[in-house]
Design a protein around this ligand. Structure first.
Ligand code: FAD
Length: 379
């Protein structure tokens, strides 16, 4: 707009400096999917002065607890928008990570010093993380259009044409597919999602319980026959138990005094990643681009990181390298999660012996404890 200038501070520079730049109309952007990935992209774009349209096929916000662990990298990403303050206030501070062999504690690692900015990870049910993101989006004047499903997508070199709820053509400069593991954006553009589906059934239980002595710890129990169970706090006296068996509560070898069972279910796991996160003017992020087991609690965090990088690149109008950078980050996270899953669920007596010896050594050697804390918090 001729004659109008925008006074802005580069939000990515550590040295504060002011840029005087002509005020332009920002790109016309659609974000498909309002899970943690799409919401982070919408919040970050809005923070940078670009107002996207964000849609979700759900009628209303989710009430499912799904992802619990919020890692330091996500806390740093969501700090400038004020979301982190909310997450830290509402969530449980996970200050320890511990491994049991059956009922026997092998190692308890203090996470303090594992990350330069944070001595803990936050545990909070995913629906409450999404609520905090939706509230931040509102503060920037945005909102999610619920009940709006992306049903068609095609593109040429200048625009992306989208249909919502089988309605008329709508044109956008760029589209972000943050529409989860069964992404319509990905499938309609013919982008492959190579990988494997694990054969076993996993189980999950969200319960109220009393007298659990490890409220501020992420707890992993290795069991005979290559099975395992994880416990993490959701809030005061409420816990999530996950296992690679069909009954998480039955698999847990430690005493958990359950007073109420809120949600129990079973699920299967796929380990997949797209090769390309970009096709023309359309981009993928979050579970639409990668999925893996809950081991390490990284899935949601990886989506948040994808979204933040995509928003920054949109602001800077520089998408070169987005696909490669996110593919590398995704591959590293999947490798870490798979190492943990395979080690903890190994049936090999040698691997079990190595875990026991390593755990004993870690207990005795503080630098090794710090190294483990760094791996847990920082990847
Ligand atoms: C039991 C369980 C436990 C987990 N625990 C953890 C954990 O501890 N830590 C962790 O980091 N991760 C965990 N995860 C993984 C985590 O939940 C996902 O990685 C995360 O939800 C991915 O976010 P997303 O926004 O990419 O996708 P989603 O959360 O799946 O969001 C996608 C959104 O897109 C919408 N949508 C789909 N299709 C369309 C369409 N055509 N048009 C419009 N909207 C559409 C959906 O309604 C949905 O709201 C867990 C997952 C499960 C199932």
């Amino acid at each position: 707009m001729a004659g109008l200038f925008l006074l802005t501070i580069n939000p990515f520079s550590k040295n504060v400096f002011i840029i005087l730049k002509p005020m332009e109309k920002g790109p016309n952007i659609l974000i498909a999917g309002a899970g943690p990935t799409g919401l982070t992209a919408a919040v970050e774009l809005s923070r940078l002065g670009i107002s996207p349209k964000i849609i979700d096929r759900k009628k209303e916000p989710s009430v499912l607890s799904r992802a619990v662990g919020i890692m330091p990298a996500s806390l740093n990403i969501l700090k400038p928008s004020g979301v982190t303050d909310h997450l830290v206030k509402e969530g449980v501070k996970m200050k320890f990570a511990q491994i049991f062999k059956g009922e026997r504690l092998l190692v308890r690692i203090a996470l303090e010093g594992g990350h330069p900015d944070w001595d803990y990870a936050i545990a909070l049910p995913q629906d409450r993380t999404e609520k905090a993101l939706i509230e931040a989006l509102k503060r920037y004047g945005g909102s999610v259009e619920f009940g709006s499903e992306l049903t068609g997508i095609r593109q040429d070199s200048e625009k992306v044409i989208v249909n919502i709820n089988n309605g008329p053509d709508e044109e956008y400069d760029y589209v972000l597919g943050a529409d989860g593991i069964h992404s319509a954006v990905r499938t309609q553009l013919g982008i492959e999602y190579p990988g494997i589906d694990l054969p076993e059934t996993w189980s999950i239980a969200d319960v109220d319980a009393v007298n659990w002595p490890y409220h501020d710890a992420g707890t992993i129990c290795t069991l005979p026959d290559g099975n395992m169970a994880f416990v993490v706090a959701l809030e005061e006296n409420r816990y999530r138990v996950i296992s690679n068996t069909e009954d998480a509560l039955a698999a847990l070898p430690l005493k958990l005094d359950v007073t109420t069972r809120h949600r129990e279910g079973q699920f299967t796991i796929s380990i997949r990643q797209v090769n390309e996160y970009q096709k023309g003017r359309v981009f993928l992020a979050g579970d639409a681009a990668h999925c893996h087991s809950p081991a390490g609690g990284r899935g949601m965090n990886l989506g948040i990181a994808d979204a933040a990088e995509w928003a920054r690149r949109t602001y800077e109008n520089d998408f070169v390298g987005y696909s490669q950078s996110r593919h590398e980050a995704g591959a590293a996270t999947i490798a870490l999660s798979e190492r943990l899953r395979k080690t903890m669920s190994s049936k090999s007596l040698i691997t079990k012996l190595i875990i026991t010896v390593l755990a004993t050594t870690i207990n005795l050697v503080p630098p090794l404890q710090r190294r483990m804390a760094k791996t847990f918090l920082d990847g």
